[in-house]
Design a protein around this ligand. Structure first.
Ligand code: PAF
Length: 280
């Protein structure tokens, strides 16, 4: 069975031994409760590196006070089986006390963390950047793998890695969806049957927006309105945001002819879901 490691020291021993043998290392940071989306990251990491570390850590510092840290689903045994099948070498599954001992340091990226998810989750990206920096320092990987579903997170981590000179290639992997279009997410487990059906308004509305752009619509306001209208047809849905932004600086665009990220966040009942598409 794949080793499930609790201590930073032990991960470092693996890393040191692999480096001594000239092996390359891929890191897949996760919060566990792994699904096909995570699996695709691990499979890719295993194809591109000699050794793969999957971190499996529900990071308390990226949850707001009224968010779902306590209830976030956890299942390390199932995760271990998936990691092993996908080709990971070790799992790093620390307790919060191992990661944060009287910590006084925060890694914070400005500007691009203040928009989209950052508006309704003002402390979220500080938590993400801090834990990802720590994981980069613990695992010292050659490459780190993130899903495009968290498009803003990817953009923020790329910027952080550039700004702090992490010599790590940040690799983005496509969104994995259920057969009916719902983007895979550990939070989908919160949805009851009615909400699960209602949640399809995210992917459906984005598909409408995408088709408009592909058919030549340039006006971002028109595309945004069409996406919002489709979501608002769903009685269980409440829009947090619908935005069309530049893929690099995340600033709102008026014209959708350049590289754009169309991103939505929607509450389905109490569950907040996100989805997006990118047109280069
Ligand atoms: O995307 C996630 O699951 C988390 O934000 C990450 C990158 C593992 C940091 O805790």
């Amino acid at each position: 069975m794949i080793p499930v490691i609790k201590s930073i020291k032990e991960v470092r021993e693996y890393v040191k031994a692999w480096r001594k043998d000239g092996k390359s290392i891929g890191l897949v940071p996760t919060m566990g409760y792994l699904h096909e989306g995570h699996k695709s990251l691990i499979v890719r990491a295993a194809a591109e590196n000699d050794c793969v570390i999957v971190s499996d850590f529900v990071n308390p510092t990226q949850f707001g006070p009224n968010e779902d840290f306590e209830t976030y689903p956890r299942d390390i045994e199932k995760d271990a089986a998936l990691c092993e099948a996908a080709g990971a070498s070790i799992i790093f599954n620390p307790e919060p006390e191992e990661m944060y001992v009287n910590a006084l340091t925060t890694v914070s990226v400005d500007k691009i963390t203040k928009v989209l998810c950052g508006k309704s989750r003002p402390t979220h990206f500080d938590g993400v950047c801090t834990v990802v920096s720590k994981l980069f320092n613990i695992a010292s990987p050659d490459r780190a793998y993130f899903g495009q579903k968290d498009a803003q997170q990817l953009c923020v981590i790329r910027k952080m890695a550039r700004d702090l000179n992490f010599d790590i290639e940040i690799i983005s992997c496509p969104i994995v969806r259920e057969a009916d279009g719902l983007a895979k997410s550990s939070r989908n487990t919160y949805l009851d049957e009615k909400e699960r059906k209602a949640a399809l308004c995210l992917s459906r509305s984005l598909a409408i927006g995408r088709t408009m752009i592909e058919n030549g619509e340039h006006d971002a306001a028109a595309v945004k309105a069409a996406i919002r209208d489709e979501i608002e047809k769903e009685p269980l849905a409440k829009v947090d945001y619908v935005e069309l932004v530049d893929t690099e600086n995340l600033e709102a665009v008026r014209d959708c002819s350049g590289g754009i990220l169309a991103a939505v966040a929607v509450y389905i009942g109490k569950t907040r879901l996100i989805d997006n598409f990118i047109i280069d």
